[in-house]
Design a binder for this molecule. Sequence first.
Ligand code: GRF
Length: 225
Amino acid sequence: MKRRPVAILISGRGSNMAALIAATQRQDYPASIAIVISNRPEAPGLERAAAEGVATAVLDHRSFADRSRFDSELRKLIDGSGAELVACAGYMRIMTPQFVEAYAGRMINIHPALLPLYKGLDTHARALADGVRIHGCTVHFVTTEIDSGPIIAQAAVPVMPGDTPLTLAARVNAAELRLFPAALEQVAAGHVRLENGRVVARNGDIVDPLARLFSPPLPEELAKS
Ligand code: GRF
């Protein structure tokens, strides 16, 4: 089986990155990690990646005069690693259109909300303020408009009474750690691709067409009908 090399971009903790690295340890996983790149030298994810024996690099955005110089250096690092795909795993930089276009259909991002709701930052606090009962996370292809690219996969979690942004973030993060490796697997295996601005997927890849989440859960009788 051919494994497609992936560059992971991070800015922080790296829990999603670690989930992707762990997935690549599976014999039948269709991707391998070529490099982990952080724009922040202090990102804890860098040490986690190195501990797993993954090549790492730091490209500190503060040492570049502008975004386009930073992005062209980042392209050199990604392409030099042999990566064919790019996974943004908590990468907190706005990208230039040129950078995004260079990886069109090959770059995916995980966002901690059910897009197109709650683009941008502070998604959990905003979901709580709105009183939604279901929240979640999304993996999508990256396009020039932030958090707006075609959706590859989503996971939903219930919002529980008494949730704070922190408790809700932890529940969403647990879903992210399962969703992101599954979505990358679909893309790397070629089961899902970007075509004319839409995600095209093979039907057979839907695991459980009856899977559903209700929050709060339905009473037993209703749940059975
Ligand atoms: C995740 O919630 C991700 O969706 C968002 O930033 C967070 C990164 O967490 N873009 P980690 O660095 O992967 O632990």
